[in-house]
Design a protein around this ligand. Structure first.
Ligand code: ATP
Ligand code: ZN
Length: 310
């Protein structure tokens, strides 16, 4: 049976309080927005190193992006159509001296900063792989080998929550494959095996299930049903605050030719390219480790510490 929403909320709050008390997360006064303490960050680094150990032998191209991408890239990728509720755009003050005076007056009266604000060219990165497609597209037609990229970025999603595993700013470590349908299918199968084995080596229980993206609204329900029917998204779930409602910690996505068409990426044969990505939610994996093995990494089981090099 599913735990009642209030029970779940209490569990989330209690876990978050413990994480804050141990200095693993640092409150910034906004749900879902945290600083990270040294011990937490060290575990994040060790998880990333473990992913590198698995992925590096394939010699992926490494790309690192800031937590922002061009707003035009967010728009062109289709994100703002499908997930307007999650997208974030950066605003700044574009006013004159007169508007500046009005702003100061508003602030003095306890108002907010909306006076003179306009949207900038910067959007917040919604998923680490969004910077990869325009970069690959700009190089022209793919070679027979396609592209394989190791990417890591802070991502933003407008989903404030007291669940410490649902952050507004978090990091995704991804491997991305762009090429033919056969290449992307083989890549996703390989990483589904690798992802499972990695999480098992952390002594965590997991299941892999068919999933869907959080598409907005009525149209979104159709997109989600279609995505599930065609097995385009799998998630690796680990129980964090609840066994009945485990948390998606890794996702394995087949985009078909969605980004290939959006960005006009062509395979060597001149077809619209397919793409697939595996995304590790490194904060969620770290939280699962702290939840199951305790708040002090030095007390974690020896085998888990060995895998992580702790
Ligand atoms: P969810 O279904 O929980 O909203 P998602 O399916 O939208 O997640 P993806 O877009 O597949 O997530 O993102 C890849 C990975 O990033 C997820 O498997 C998860 O581990 C992590 N992730 C996604 N959203 C968050 C978040 N709000 N806070 C922390 N990690 C997240
Ligand atoms: Zn991705």
């Amino acid at each position: 049976m599913m735990p009642a929403a209030t029970v779940l909320a209490d569990l989330h709050r209690a876990f978050r309080d413990e994480l804050l008390r141990h200095g693993l997360l640092i409150s910034l006064g906004v749900d879902g927005l945290y600083g990270r303490g040294g011990a937490f960050e060290n575990v994040i680094e060790r998880i990333n190193a473990a992913i590198s150990t698995i992925g590096d032998p394939d010699r992926p191209e490494v790309m690192r992006f800031p937590p922002g991408i061009g707003r035009w890239q967010l728009e062109k990728s289709g994100y703002t159509r499908k997930f307007p509720q999650l997208a974030g755009t950066v605003y700044s003050f574009f006013g004159s001296d007169r508007e500046h005076r009005a702003l100061i007056e508003t602030l003095d009266k306890g108002g907010d900063i909306t006076v003179g604000q306009q949207m900038t060219q910067v959007a917040l990165t919604p998923a680490a792989c969004y910077g990869v497609y325009p970069t690959v597209a700009a190089r022209g037609r793919l070679s027979e080998d396609g592209a394989l990229v190791d990417v890591y970025a802070y991502c933003f999603r407008n989903e404030p929550s007291i669940d410490p595993a649902r952050m507004q700013m978090f990091r995704m470590r991804e491997h991305v494959r762009v090429g033919t349908h056969e290449q992307t299918v083989a890549f996703r199968e390989l990483w589904m095996r690798r992802g499972r084995a990695l999480v098992e080596s952390f002594n965590l229980t997991l299941e892999v299930v068919v999933a869907n993206d959080p598409f907005f609204g009525r149209v979104g329900r159709l997109l989600a049903a279609n995505q599930r029917e065609e097995n385009l998204k799998f998630e690796l779930l680990i129980p964090i605050t609840s066994k009945e409602e485990p948390t998606a910690c890794v996702s394995f996505n087949d985009h078909r030719d969605l980004f290939g068409r959006a960005w006009s990426i062509e395979t060597a044969a001149g077809e619209p390219a397919h793409s697939a990505c595996v995304g590790f939610g490194v904060e969620r994996i770290a939280l699962a480790l702290f939840k199951h093995h305790g708040f002090a990494p030095e007390d974690w089981p020896r085998d888990v510490r060995d895998v992580l090099g702790l």
